[in-house]
Design a protein around this ligand. Structure first.
Ligand SMILES: [Zn+2]
Length: 317
């Protein structure tokens, strides 16, 4: 990657983070606003414009060559629009056009947040040096992205690698996406907690009923908590094994709050992978915790902007 600066935005349901990032992935300047997620689309956009405006007053801004955006999905990179589930004011919202205007006409590279985190892990994190990788975020939801043949594979709309909504239980519970038995429906933090509560686990005196509290109980040996993580691990393993069998990834990186559970998740996950990743060419598949912290979305959006290639005729900016 060359050493010009790029501007980066990480747009989620709670905050809009922005940064100027150099060619080594160093964040030189930051700006942030809460996401007015319940407001109309124009109000949300004004928060984005505020973040860009705060970056643009810096003397560094003149060195920015592009703007990378990682956004909560779904996104449509080919149309330049976003429809984040948790931001109802944005449906088919023309974010690329509006953000480019706010950024003085800079070219914009839009990717989904799972793809952004994958770009960051591949550039500087746990997937570094791996030409074929799946990176996942397991938290409130389950997202992901793919690196294939050494390149980020965002897919035509920027959503490729959406492993959270692969079905691993044909007759399983309905998922909010409309399908059944999705990885997310079994392995997300809220579903780990829900399952533990349904099976009789009870939070401690503080009343914390989060997946992190279930993880703590599992570490202390609570069998219901252990079982809930084992079930989540099984769903993740089935999804990872399917991905590896299809496209021959050799590493799956897992981040997000649930990814921080440590051995409570990774020990049963490695066992379950033995059950599901069975063909000779996927036997060497490894899993590893993510290394990038809370800046992963920004760094990944910057990586996408730094490696952007000219679009073919007819495609968006
Ligand atoms: Zn689903």
């Amino acid at each position: 990657m060359h050493t010009d600066l790029v501007a980066a935005l990480d747009i989620g349901g709670t905050k809009i983070a922005g940064a100027l990032v150099d060619g080594h992935g160093r964040i030189l300047l930051r700006a942030q606003r809460p996401t007015p997620a319940k407001e109309d689309g124009g109000t949300v956009m004004r928060a984005v414009e505020d973040v860009i405006g705060e970056l643009a007053v810096s003397p560094l801004w003149s060195r920015a060559t592009a703007l990378g955006i990682g956004s909560a999905g779904p996104v449509d990179a080919s149309a330049g629009t976003v429809s984040p589930v948790n931001v109802p004011g944005w449906r088919g919202y023309p974010l690329v056009e509006r953000a480019s205007e706010a950024a003085g006409g800079l070219p914009v590279e839009l990717i989904g947040d799972g793809v952004a985190i994958t770009a960051a892990e591949h550039w500087q994190g746990a997937a570094r040096g791996h030409d074929n990788a799946l990176c996942m975020v397991v938290s409130t939801g389950v997202g992901g992205g793919l690196v294939l043949n050494g390149q980020l594979h965002a897919g035509p709309t920027g959503n490729a690698g959406h492993i959270g909504h692969i079905s691993v239980d044909l007759d399983g519970d309905l998922c909010p996406c409309g399908s059944r038995g999705c990885v997310e429906r079994i392995a997300s933090g809220p579903n780990i907690a829900r399952r533990a509560l349904e099976e009789g686990w009870r939070p401690g005196p503080g009343g914390d009923a989060s997946a992190a509290a279930v993880a703590e109980a599992a570490r202390a040996g609570d069998p219901v908590a252990v079982a809930s993580f084992e079930r989540a691990a099984q769903a993740l393993a089935a999804g990872i094994a399917a991905t590896a069998t299809l496209v021959e990834i050799d590493i799956a990186v897992i981040g997000g709050g649930v990814g921080k559970a440590g051995d409570v998740l990774f020990a049963p996950l490695r066992r379950a992978l033995d059950d599901y990743a069975t063909l000779s060419f996927v036997r060497r598949l490894t899993v590893a915790p993510a290394l990038m912290g809370t800046d992963a979305g920004l760094v990944g959006a910057a990586a996408a902007a730094l490696t952007r290639r000219p679009r073919t005729a007819g495609a968006h900016v």
